[in-house]
Design a protein around this ligand. Structure first.
Ligand SMILES: *Cc1c(COP(=O)(O)O)cnc(C)c1O
Length: 218
């Protein structure tokens, strides 16, 4: 397939990131764009890499493995999918950042990986049933547990948020995540996807996770 349109897509997203950041007097360079490459082939990632992009997000270990093996070592791989405990050790060996910590069982497995990873706790801010992430009420306990595992460096919080067509509906959720993150001393804040990343940046996101708007519909 031909990935020439990627260059224009990246340019447009970077310009929207800059506008959103500048609107609230933030430095656009304080926002890291994670290109979510799940379901897209190695060719697409390599095309983005050749444009200078280095941060990529994947959701499934099995799918990511051959991509990580095929691509250059200076890529920063972000794990953003549901993390089963029995895969957490392998994920920690392959990925640099894990955005989806939600249990002590995961941390125990990560501790066996033999290397250090950056870790974010995934919070289900809106307390939605059957959604990934821990409820806000459980956050302090898991945060305290995380600090017992030097192999997982606490960096901050992550959220996905309810599906909505109106990004403004996400604002109170992003704001709440930022407040919790500040309370815990987190430096990173992973929030915002193709449909709502501008609002997330206005509310303090340090990492936005964007798939569709860069690579196209899945
Ligand atoms: C797929 C995915 C994204 C990217 O979503 P888009 O709407 O395609 O930008 C971001 N975060 C997580 C956790 C995802 O699973």
């Amino acid at each position: 397939m031909d990935w020439r349109h990627l260059s224009a897509n990246f340019a447009e997203i970077y310009s929207r990131i800059a506008q959103a950041a500048e609107a609230v007097d933030r430095d656009p360079a304080s926002v890291t764009l994670i290109a979510v490459s799940k379901t897209f082939p190695v060719d697409a990632i390599r095309a983005a890499y050749d444009l200078g992009h280095r941060h990529f997000g994947e959701s499934r270990l099995q799918e990511a493995l051959p991509k990580i093996e095929a691509l250059p070592e200076d890529i920063v791989w972000h794990f953003i999918g549901k993390l089963q405990s029995n895969k957490a050790k392998r994920v920690a060996q392959l990925f640099d950042v894990i955005h989806t910590i939600e249990s002590e069982a995961q941390l125990k497995e990560i501790a066996k990986a033999g290397r250090r990873v950056d870790a974010l706790i995934e919070v289900n801010v809106a307390n939605e049933a059957q959604k990934s992430g821990i409820f806000p009420v459980a956050l302090d306990l898991l945060h305290a547990k995380l600090l017992d595992f030097p192999q997982a460096s606490f960096r901050g919080l992550m959220t996905i948020g309810p599906a909505t067509d109106n990004p403004e509906e996400m604002r109170p959720i992003f704001r709440k995540l930022r407040e919790e993150n500040a309370r815990l001393g987190g430096q990173w804040l992973s929030m915002g996807m193709s449909g709502d990343f501008e609002v997330a940046i206005q509310e303090g996101a340090s990492h936005v996770r964007i798939g569709t708007a860069l690579f196209g519909a899945r």
